[in-house]
Design a protein around this ligand. Structure first.
Ligand SMILES: Nc1ncnc2c1ncn2[C@@H]1O[C@H](COP(=O)(O)OP(=O)(O)OP(=O)(O)O)[C@@H](O)[C@H]1O
Ligand SMILES: [Mg+2]
Length: 368
């Protein structure tokens, strides 16, 4: 796990890895449980909606990677089209080179189906962390989400919309270090849903391919969404991180859709009084039902969070609870804006003046 250097006053550490994980022999030394392409599969990391994620050994480059298989059941006639789509989406996500986005190395089709090979991350995704009872501090949640917003802004400028932002797709490798997973997967899931048109879930999935809990109202209404669907979903994720529970609930897809479209949402500072009103207002704007009232872009959302973080950093002593890898920009005010620095500087000047008074030839003479 990456060490964090603190750029904000308070962070909560991530839970320790499972003891079983720590005892695990290096994956390259483990027996191989199967092959996909040139990759030797070592163990299952987890199951998702589309397939399985494995830790694998890249025998050619001799490195560990993660393989995500896409096990879709399609008629042979649609298979070729699907494989093309996977490669197209993988190409788009492989072109995304950003600190807060997982690196995609390779994609392909094999006898076992299509797959995506990516960087093997150490840590846990936000869904997993929250299900373990982990809660970030408001500052920590704002910084994590700000970084995801930066990653999304970068992708949007390259013409890529994620469309499936949810806690399960934000992987934490340090206490404020996110990596966005699964760019392009929403489009793939959409195609799979189209092929299985009959059931209720497929009908809903084919709208966007994403999770209904984070789906923007315009998509639920079957309108065309733009990059602001990601801003909305990220707002809903921030709500959940701060509230400790989902913004919308429902026992069926219709109930969830009704909650997303019509049910009032309790402001997050009322659910969790630890959340300052200004931060709560940013969350409410990001997840505004009316797309024209939302932050216009992921960059705008990132800036709103940055300004809020800068504001609280200036008004509170910085308490070192952790550290963070290579921050791109400090969130503390400039050195000259810190009162302690001024106090030290004035004391130093005073000391110099006093010493000059004592040791200056005139001063010494005067004392004789
Ligand atoms: N590159 C990676 N490195 C390490 N773990 C990963 C990586 N990618 C995914 N995982 C983990 O593998 C598990 C399965 O991921 P997957 O993306 O398939 O699940 P999901 O997000 O719930 O489903 P879906 O993406 O289909 O909606 C999750 O626990 C996830 O955190
Ligand atoms: Mg996922």
């Amino acid at each position: 796990m990456v060490d964090d250097i603190d750029t904000i006053s308070e962070t909560r550490p991530l839970p320790e890895p499972d003891p079983a994980e720590l005892r695990r022999v290096p994956p390259e030394a483990l027996p191989t449980i199967g092959h996909i392409g040139r990759y030797a599969l070592k163990y299952v990391i987890g199951e998702g909606g589309l397939g399985t994620v494995y830790a694998a050994h890249d025998t050619l480059l001799s490195r560990l990677i993660a393989i995500k298989t896409l096990n879709v059941h399609l008629p042979a006639a649609e298979r070729e089209q699907f494989d093309k789509l996977v490669l197209h989406e993988a190409r788009a996500s492989a072109g995304l080179n950003h600190t807060y986005i997982v690196t995609v190395h390779d994609a392909g089709t094999s006898e076992q189906g299509s797959y995506i090979a990516m960087e093997l991350l150490k840590g846990r995704d936000l869904r997993h962390l929250m299900s373990m009872g982990w809660r970030p501090t408001p500052e920590q949640a704002a910084l994590i989400v700000r970084r995801v917003a930066d990653a999304l802004s970068y992708a949007h400028h390259k013409g890529v919309i994620h469309r499936d932002i949810k806690p399960a797709n934000i992987f934490m490798v340090g206490r404020t270090q996110p990596r966005v997973l699964d760019f392009g997967i929403a489009r793939i899931r959409q195609v799979e849903a189209l092929a299985q048109r009959d059931d209720d879930a497929s009908r809903f999935q084919e709208l966007i391919g994403g999770s209904p809990f984070y789906m923007a109202p315009e998509l639920v209404r079957r309108e065309q969404g733009d990059q602001r669907v990601d801003v909305y979903a990220l707002g809903v994720v921030l709500y959940e991180l701060l509230a400790g529970r989902r913004a919308f609930t429902g026992g069926s897809l219709d109930e969830i859709a009704d909650a997303v479209l019509h049910q009032p949402v309790r402001p997050v500072h009322e659910v969790n009084p630890e959340v300052p009103r200004e931060l709560s207002a940013i969350v409410a704007q990001a997840m505004h039902r009316d797309v024209s009232q939302r932050h216009r872009s992921a960059r705008r959302l990132s800036h709103a969070l940055r300004d809020w973080l800068d504001g609280i950093d200036g008004s509170r002593p910085v308490r070192s609870l952790g550290s963070e890898m290579a921050p791109r920009r400090s969130h503390r005010p400039a050195l000259w804006r810190q009162p302690l620095v001024w106090l030290l500087a004035i004391s130093f000047v005073g000391l110099v003046v006093a010493l000059v008074g004592v040791f200056w030839p005139g001063g010494v003479r005067g004392g004789l």
